[in-house]
Structure formats: structure tokens, C-alpha cells
Ligand binder design. Structure first.
Ligand SMILES: Cc1ncc(COP(=O)(O)O)c(C=O)c1O
Length: 314
């Protein structure tokens, strides 16, 4: 199998330049500046076993090679292997360990990875401990003789698009000051317990954030989610359109209630994937949905909402 590797032509260039040029050379045949997408399943051979580096698209194809080369260059890696989905990657990586092995996995892992680890890996004779890695010493405490892999997703649910994170910061600040919101989790806010660590580890804070709605019952969360106009009530993240979901009954429904409680995933915890719409439209949408959920007139200013809220002692 051919996989994408280093593109030495651009190794001394900066990240932004490598993002444009590594693995994206003009098409050798036509000179097209943007390499065309390769849609062919199979590739012709001049004699049996003799071809130009590609024989069948599942194992490798020119578009994937370009992408892998770009990613390995951006990550300053030696190689990169691209998969058609995140869960395909999870399956391939987890299959690197043999039956009888043990994996130490970050506790607030993506829901699909959690299901893979508990349902599929367990059937293959692999045991998994889910560990709170905010304190790294927890990792060594769980290492056993048969531990073959430490599974880390950091930051969990990442996307690093500038517009997303600028909008997400705006939304996070808005929600943090909103009287109908209890708390906001966004690493870009100084109130986040790992804000300093995020500043060291990341170049940005992603478009993902979570918040707790006041009176965090499932009916209150649903009243809010179904009142949103611009945010779609849907799973997934990192899209250009804004999404909202309720992890306790959606992405993280497969965790036991105890595991959810340990991670702080309660019925009032709402996750937003902030898109690239106008940030003022986004906060207006969140504000009107919060007001609808609490049946507060939309003509009231947030300060008035605050007073109403304080009175109702919800
Ligand atoms: C960390 C992580 N792993 C895996 C996946 C699954 O990706 P896919 O739906 O492409 O299989 C996701 C999707 O959001 C994810 O965030």
C-alpha cells in the first residue's frame, strides 16, 4: 500500500504555506493548479503487476495520497494514513493491539469510540479502563503489564477553524453572562479550569463548547433545543453550520447513568458546535430559544430576564 509521506519540497516552509502547497502540486498531465479529484476505482496496468503506483482505490489513490502528504507535512510527521471515517480510523488503530491486551482510554472520549471500546474491543478480548486524564498521573496508575495503548483525544472534539473559534468565543462570553445559563465550558474562557493548559497546548480553542441551562431538566433542555432557529438539533461537530445537541440522550446515551454522572454529563448539559454564520445572529438565536424555554417575553432585555429569574428562584 502506498501512503502519504513527507513532501521535502516544502519542509522548510511555515505551516500556512505547507497547508497550501504540500501534497498539492499542479497536475503533471494537464498543469491544473488544483489537482483534480481522482474518482476511479481501479487503475490500468501496462503488464500484469506493472502500474504507475496505483492499482485499486481502496488501498491507495492519488487524491488520498495528496491529502495524506499535506497532513503529514502539517503535523511534521513521517507518514499519514487517511480513512474515510473517524470510526474506520478507530477500528484500524484499536486493531493494532492483540487479544489479551489492555487499553487506557481518556474518560470523556467520543461516544462512538466509547461504544467501540466497550462493545467491539471487549468482544475481541481487549480490556479498557476509562481514565480522567486531566490529571496525567492517573494514566500511570492504570498501566498494567498487558497495557499496549493509551488512547488520548485532546482537546476532546477538536476543530481549529478560526471563524468557528472566533464565533465560539463570542457565543461562550454571551452565554456566560446570560441569566438563564448556569455555567459554560469553553477552553478559551479564563473561567475554564484548564484555560492556561489550553493556551500552552493549542493555537486556538475550536468551535466546540458546552453549557448548562438553568433548571437543567430534560424538558427544559428540549424546550430550548427545539426553539432554536439557526442551530440545528443534530449530532456531529466542526461543520460550517451551527449544531446543538443533548449529550445525555444523544452522543453519550450509551454510557451508563453512573458514567455520565461521573463525567458531569447531566440532562442540562447542552453541546454546541458553533458554525460560521454571523456571530450576532447566533447569539440572538440562543437568546430567543432560552427565553422561549423559560417562557419569558422576547421583549425583555437580559437584565430584566435576570430580575424575573431571581424572583422565580428557579
Ligand atoms: C474524536 C472522534 N472520533 C471519531 C468520530 C467518528 O467519526 P465518523 O462519524 O466519521 O466515523 C468523531 C466524530 O465526531 C470524533 O469526534
Amino acid at each position: 500500500m502506498t501512503i502519504g509521506g513527507i513532501d521535502p519540497k516544502f519542509s522548510s516552509d511555515h505551516f500556512d504555506t505547507r497547508a497550501i502547497h504540500a501534497g498539492q502540486l499542479p497536475d503533471a498531465q494537464t498543469g491544473a493548479v488544483v489537482p483534480p479529484l481522482s474518482l476511479s476505482t481501479t487503475f490500468v496496468q501496462s503488464s500484469a503487476g506493472v502500474h504507475k503506483g496505483f492499482d485499486y482505490s481502496r488501498t491507495s489513490n492519488p487524491t488520498r495520497i495528496n491529502f495524506e502528504t499535506a497532513i503529514s507535512s502539517l503535523e511534521r510527521g513521517q507518514f499519514a494514513v487517511a480513512f474515510s471515517s473517524g470510526c474506520a480510523t478507530t477500528t484500524a488503530v484499536a486493531n493494532l493491539v492483540k487479544s489479551g491486551s489492555h487499553i487506557v482510554c481518556v474518560a470523556d472520549v467520543y461516544g462512538g469510540t466509547f461504544r467501540y471500546m466497550t462493545n467491539v474491543a471487549a468482544n475481541n478480548g481487549i480490556t479498557v479502563d476509562f481514565v480522567d486524564m486531566a490529571d496525567p498521573s492517573n494514566i500511570s496508575k492504570h498501566i498494567r503489564n498487558n497495557t499496549k495503548m493509551v488512547w488520548i483525544e485532546s482537546p476532546t472534539n477538536p476543530t481549529l477553524r478560526l471563524q468557528h473559534q472566533e464565533n465560539a468565543l463570542h457565543v461562550a462570553k454571551f452565554l456566560e453572562s446570560h441569566p438563564l445559563v448556569d455555567s459554560v465550558m469553553f477552553p478559551g474562557l479564563p473561567s475554564h479550569p484548564q484555560h492556561q493548559l489550553a493556551l500552552k497546548q493549542c493555537k486556538g480553542f475550536s468551535g466546540m463548547l458546552s453549557f448548562r441551562i438553568k433548571d437543567g431538566t430534560i424538558s427544559k433542555s428540549n424546550a430550548f433545543l427545539t426553539s432554536l432557529r439557526l442551530f440545528c438539533l443534530a449530532e456531529s461537530l466542526g461543520a460550517v453550520e451551527s449544531l446543538a445537541e443533548l449529550p445525555s440522550v444523544m452522543t453519550h446515551a450509551s454510557l451508563t447513568p453512573e458514567a455520565r454522572a461521573a463525567l458531569g454529563i447531566d440532562d442540562g448539559l447542552i453541546r454546541l458546535s458553533v458554525g460560521v454564520e454571523d456571530k450576532e445572529d447566533l447569539v440572538r438565536d440562543l437568546d430567543q430559544a432560552l427565553r422561549k424555554a423559560f417562557q419569558i417575553s422576547s421583549s425583555s432585555a437580559p437584565r430584566v430576564v435576570s430580575a424575573v429569574f431571581a424572583k422565580s428562584k428557579l
